[in-house]
Design a protein around this ligand. Structure first.
Ligand SMILES: Nc1ncnc2c1ncn2[C@@H]1O[C@H](COP(=O)(O)OP(=O)(O)OP(=O)(O)O)[C@@H](O)[C@H]1O
Length: 273
């Protein structure tokens, strides 16, 4: 899969939220977008998923400019490009399995969806996805009864139900404690590696970006100010991205995932090194 982002911009009135962003990605990479609050990270993901319209530019996926799609083609793209949010966005009082099945909403008529007429094949698939993510035993519970980390895995399961090419995750671990943050990031990494789905995640912590991403894009005031590998993301570069002075400290942007030793072993095993 080939992603080519060309001069993508978004203005709100006179405010330039995203300013001529360019980058290209070959293959199913795990991409992290970092930058401080207001840098334009969410706006960029929302344009990619067509939740908001761009002011200018193109986002080409395998040669097709997804920013110019309309009608059914636009909806098809939205289902190939699943979104995971910081606040999970589940239906709290609905059971977990139904929340996952709602990932199919974009692909079915409103009436069959409203009546919850899921085929047994769909239900089996939803349960298989929950099993893969280690939460099948929660299937009959209301979503609101689950922990934050479990709810985010339900949201990822709902995204997988769409069988997307790309998963866009907007601060997926910002509401989670370090342990759950690690489980959720490991889950996204597994999906990336095992299924070959591209993941683009907005992350607010440097250590997470370094640990999980093949490539990191740093944004500041709507512009790309860094584009490189985790290794190239030095303290000086980070300071520039975050616009901080000499007192900038990594710990201020840390989720402390790195302090969980068993997690490191798991991530290493996953990555095969
Ligand atoms: N609907 C909107 N109307 C006006 N301004 C907006 C709107 N959405 C975003 N902005 C502005 O665009 C800029 C980029 O916001 P955006 O939410 O994309 O940043 P972010 O990097 O994702 O930050 P955060 O992590 O806080 O969400 C900010 O200055 C924000 O105030």
């Amino acid at each position: 899969m080939h992603l080519n982002v060309v001069q993508v911009s978004k203005s709100f009135g006179t405010k330039s939220a995203v300013d001529r962003v360019n980058f290209a990605v070959e293959g199913a990479k795990f991409i992290g977008i970092i930058g401080r609050s207001g840098a334009g990270k969410s706006t960029f993901l929302r344009m990619m998923n067509r939740l908001t319209d761009a002011t200018d530019g193109r986002i080409e996926v395998d040669g097709v400019d997804v920013l110019s799609l309309t009608g059914k083609a636009k909806r098809d793209w939205q289902s190939q490009c699943a979104m995971v949010f910081q606040q999970f966005n589940l239906v709290p009082r609905m059971d977990v399995a139904s929340n996952v099945l709602h990932g199919l909403l974009g692909r079915r008529s409103t009436l069959t969806s409203l009546l919850n007429l899921w085929s047994s094949a769909d239900i089996t698939r939803a349960l298989e996805i929950l099993d893969r993510l280690g939460i099948q035993e929660q299937a009959a519970k209301r979503a609101e009864a689950l922990s934050g980390g479990q709810q985010q895995r339900v949201a990822i399961a709902r995204a997988l139900m769409q069988d997307p090419k790309i998963i866009l995750a907007d601060e997926p671990i910002a509401s989670l404690d370090p342990m759950n943050a690690q489980i959720v990031m490991d889950t996204l990494k597994r999906i990336n590696i095992e299924d070959g789905r591209m993941v683009i995640a907005n992350l607010h912590t440097l250590d997470t970006a370094r640990r999980y991403c093949d490539r990191v894009i740093g944004m500041r005031d709507g512009r790309v100010v860094f584009d490189g590998t985790a290794d190239q993301l030095t303290q000086d570069v980070a300071r520039d991205i975050y616009g901080a002075d000499q007192s900038f400290s990594e710990s201020a942007t840390s989720t402390e995932i790195s302090s969980l030793a068993s997690g490191q072993k798991y991530a290493d095993a996953l990555l095969g090194d």
